[in-house]
Design a protein around this ligand. Structure first.
Ligand SMILES: Nc1ncnc2c1ncn2[C@@H]1O[C@H](COP(=O)(O)OP(=O)(O)O)[C@@H](O)[C@H]1O
Ligand SMILES: [Mg+2]
Length: 209
């Protein structure tokens, strides 16, 4: 359990893996059990962080990878201070759709920002998830899901297959380095079964639910 009170859960993985769907499903299950749940996402989650999100997602705005990294952490600092930490302090379960592992995967493994620099920013944030679900889905399945999902493109769209392979390898390396925090989840079954797997892993980790 988190030293801050409530349980801090994050979901990670590539675009189209089903993170947002699984996060909403898990929040609904835990709320049905009577838990207070804060369901939030990054970048964003507070007014200031959502404004920074607008800059980060604007694909017409070229941004150096280090600038992207610092903007992600600027948004995160506000999100943690004004939304996540207060929720954990009152005992709520926090479910966050992407967190600092995404910055490490996309900006470090994907775009070459030094791992040590991202680690330094993580230290500044000073909050580690209790459990991080890595949703794993073959790239072609993710592409099929994204094609079906109505959405605009993002700044990673034109980066090509090699970029996405580096991001996936990054997530795998991070999960291997922190096996006590990461739980790999097969994201290919239907949404209800993915949520079942998350609940089962939570029961295993926390001895309850
Ligand atoms: N387990 C699943 N099985 C089939 N389709 C899914 C599943 N999870 C999500 N989807 C669909 O795939 C698309 C991408 O899911 P989404 O949750 O938005 O992924 P992410 O947040 O990881 O980018 C959406 O259209 C969603 O409805
Ligand atoms: Mg999503």
């Amino acid at each position: 359990m988190s030293s801050t009170g409530g349980l801090f859960i994050t979901l990670e993985g590539g675009e189209g893996a089903g993170k947002s769907t699984a996060a909403a499903g898990l929040a609904a299950r835990l709320r049905a059990e009577g838990q207070e749940v804060l369901l939030t996402r990054e970048p964003g989650g507070t007014k200031g962080a959502e404004a920074i999100r607008g800059v980060l997602l604007d694909q017409d705005l070229p941004l150096d990878p280090l600038a992207q990294t610092m903007l992600h952490f600027a948004a995160r600092a506000d999100h943690v201070a004004h939304s996540i930490r207060p929720a954990l302090a009152r005992g709520a379960t926090v479910i966050c759709d992407r967190f600092y592992d995404s910055t490490m995967a996309y900006q470090s493994y994907g775009q070459g920002v030094a791992l040590a620099d991202v680690r330094a920013l993580i230290r500044l944030i000073g909050l580690t998830p209790d459990i991080t679900f890595l949703l794993e889905l073959p790239e072609e399945d993710a592409r099929r899901r994204l094609a079906a999902r109505a959405r605009g493109t993002d700044r990673y769209e034109e980066m090509g297959e090699a970029f996405f392979t580096r991001v996936q390898k990054g997530f795998a390396a991070m999960a291997a380095a922190e096996p006590g925090r990461f739980v790999k989840i097969d994201a290919s079954p239907p949404p209800g079964l993915v949520v079942d797997a998350l609940c089962q892993a939570l029961r295993g980790r926390t001895g309850r639910r």
